[in-house]
Write a protein that binds this ligand. Sequence first.
Ligand code: 4NP
Length: 167
Amino acid sequence: MKVSVLFVCLGNICRSPTAHGLFQAYVNDAQLSDDIFVDSAGTGAWHVGESPDKRAQSIALNKGYDISHLSGRQVEPDDFFTFDYILAMDTQNLHDLTSIRPKQSKSRLGLFLELANEGIADKQVLDNTLEVPDPFYGDAEHFEKAIHLIETGAKNLLERIREKYDI
Ligand code: 4NP
């Protein structure tokens, strides 16, 4: 593996498994699954071992991505030494990750959309946001918005990683 990416949200049942599944699909399509390792986790432990939220699963499946096989887990200290990128869905996730990050960690920790969309001029297309808002207490519209942001972000992230690692 040349590079590893961990997507992180609060519960690891809505946003980060969606990012995990979509980004993995783009990696597979580009035949880069031997070069790029993908995973996801939550800052919280409530949903450890659970499948993604049914709403997240069905909205992803509507777009052709099956995320039903993913299973929730919590971020652990080792992640800060295993992953090159640890990408938070919102600023609260980033804050929580920053507070548990071991000092010696060399992982690049940041907001998923900030890193993914860095340097992309058309911010309107990207909805002018650096966060993927939590859809858990929302309705279908919130899940649609989340997957839209994640789809664009995951495609842009792969482009950036391919350029940086020359793969
Ligand atoms: P996620 O959404 O962080 O995108 O997975 C949530 C899932 C569960 C909870 C909150 C957010 N919860 O409070 O259980």
